[in-house]
Design a binder for this molecule. Structure first.
Ligand SMILES: [Zn+2]
Length: 275
């Protein structure tokens, strides 16, 4: 069997479609040729335009016979790769049909949506396209096999991001999902919580988006330079969890990565009393 859209017939879930593509193209290296793959799936062209209007767009025939992808010029290779994966997702997921006069033009915010249970249709399909892109570019099984550290570590997230040609944050999302231990990755902007990716076994994090990091968090310590990684340090579970979560937690550690433009990434790893 060779890769063609016929072989994807009947599949609806973003993760299933991505997994099937990898089944049909076994042994793809971590940074496989995404544009070649797109061509085999009826994407006729991938072009770049100078625009601030969107990050990426999909143009297609109403019957989805063929499509073409447009990406904003001047983006990093990692971002370009994820954008192309996202638009390919809109093309392949059967329920993603553009409304008349509303082409798929996707913004940076669209490319960060993660909740596939969203009630709002537009937000939900963006999250689904992201789920597809993630599963295509970072197949969970392959990423899991590539893990070499014994404990969760942002150094490994950085290494995997380079290996798979994706951004640190995209890899961090996948890294959280494939863990067998409760962790969370928090993205902070100027010390405020911007995004949270939490493993389902991780106790609930009390802080909300927009809140400042707690004063006794490592994130409030000396500012790290972009790319600088802190040690993994113990932290009082009450720093991030409510009383119930803290009572369930035997040990909590924090590790911080400095990033450009006032951003930082924080890894929390909990060892649970019953875990
Ligand atoms: Zn989109």
């Amino acid at each position: 069997m060779s890769l063609s859209r016929l072989e994807l017939d009947g599949l609806g879930s973003p993760a299933d479609i991505a997994a099937r593509i990898h089944e049909l193209e076994p042994g793809l290296p971590p940074q496989f040729g995404l544009e070649d793959l797109c061509r085999k799936l009826d994407i006729e062209a991938i072009t770049e335009v100078a625009t601030n209007g969107y990050e990426a767009a999909l143009l297609m025939h109403p019957d989805k016979a063929f499509g073409s992808i447009v990406v904003a010029k001047g983006r990093s290779l990692q971002r370009r790769r994820f954008s192309i994966g996202h638009e390919l997702g809109h093309f392949l997921i059967p329920t993603h049909m553009p409304r008349p006069g509303e082409p798929f033009e996707c913004s940076l915010t669209d490319l960060q949506m993660v909740d596939t249970r969203e009630k709002d249709r537009r937000r939900r399909i963006e999250a689904e396209a992201n789920r597809f892109a993630a599963a295509l570019l970072m197949p969970p099984r392959t990423v899991r096999r590539s893990i070499v550290y014994l404990k969760p570590d942002l150094a490994e997230v950085l290494r995997l991001a380079r290996e798979f040609g994706v951004s640190k944050e995209a890899m961090a999302r996948t890294y959280v999902e494939i863990q067998h231990v409760p962790i969370a990755v928090l993205v902070l902007q100027q010390g405020r919580l911007a995004r949270v990716y939490r493993h389902p076994d991780m106790p609930w994090i009390e802080k909300r988006i927009g809140d400042m990091a707690p004063s006794d968090s490592i994130a409030k310590g000396p500012m790290l330079k972009p790319g600088e990684l802190s040690d993994i340090d113990d932290c009082d579970p009450g720093t991030w969890f409510d009383d119930r979560g803290a009572a369930r937690t035997e040990q909590l550690t924090e590790q911080c990565l400095g990033q450009a433009n006032g951003f930082a990434m924080l890894l929390l790893h909990a060892k649970l009393v019953d875990g």
